[in-house]
Design a protein around this ligand. Structure first.
Ligand SMILES: [Zn+2]
Length: 184
């Protein structure tokens, strides 16, 4: 398993100025070893937790499935299909849903590849969960939030905008003893 931990980041951007519970202006104090925003009126404390995101790797005959992203971050770039886990959804259910939404493919058999924690400048701290689906049904077709869907040979991968996706692909290829020539 690969763990990415970025020490230097700007967390202030993701902090509240006013209490989401009672609208009082928030203060800051050391709570459980960290300076955190807190509400002097109702006692609310803002803990900044990561948002879980799934990415799905489908590989077939040395080719990996990519979607061309319609929205930021990394608009118009090729990335693994995936997206945010919704409220209490199990990440495997999120993987199934996102795969269907973005590529029209149906899969049930998700195998865990790895977890990657990192900081997104747009979405804040992210916990990326990588899955492999080794069987699927249907024909790849772009959904509402994808511009295109395509398989790329592992010897000729596109420029992948997310480090977490690069790690998922590397981990998968290493585990399956497949050679890749493009990524460093
Ligand atoms: Zn409050």
């Amino acid at each position: 398993m690969v763990i990415i931990y970025i020490i230097f980041y700007n967390m202030e951007k993701f902090e509240f100025n006013y209490c989401p519970m009672c609208s009082e202006k928030l203060g800051r104090k050391n709570i459980e070893g960290k300076p955190r925003k807190f509400c002097p009126k109702c006692g609310y404390i803002q803990y900044i937790n990561p948002t879980p995101v799934v990415a799905i790797l489908i590989e077939e005959d040395g080719k990996i499935l990519f979607v061309k992203r319609k929205y930021e971050p990394a608009k118009h770039k090729w990335a693994l299909p995936g997206g945010f886990v919704d409220d209490v959804e199990h990440p495997e259910i999120a993987a199934k849903r996102e795969l269907k939404e973005e590529t029209s493919l149906k899969a049930d058999n998700f195998k865990f590849i790895g977890l990657y924690a990192y900081m997104s400048e747009i979405n804040g701290p992210i916990l990326m969960i990588g899955y492999n689906a080794d069987r699927y049904s249907g024909k790849p077709k772009p959904g509402d939030d994808a511009e295109d869907v395509s398989f790329y040979s592992i010897d000729d991968l596109p420029d992948i905008p997310f480090v977490s996706h690069q790690f998922i692909i590397k981990e998968y290829l290493a585990r399956h003893q497949m050679k890749k020539t493009v990524m460093g």
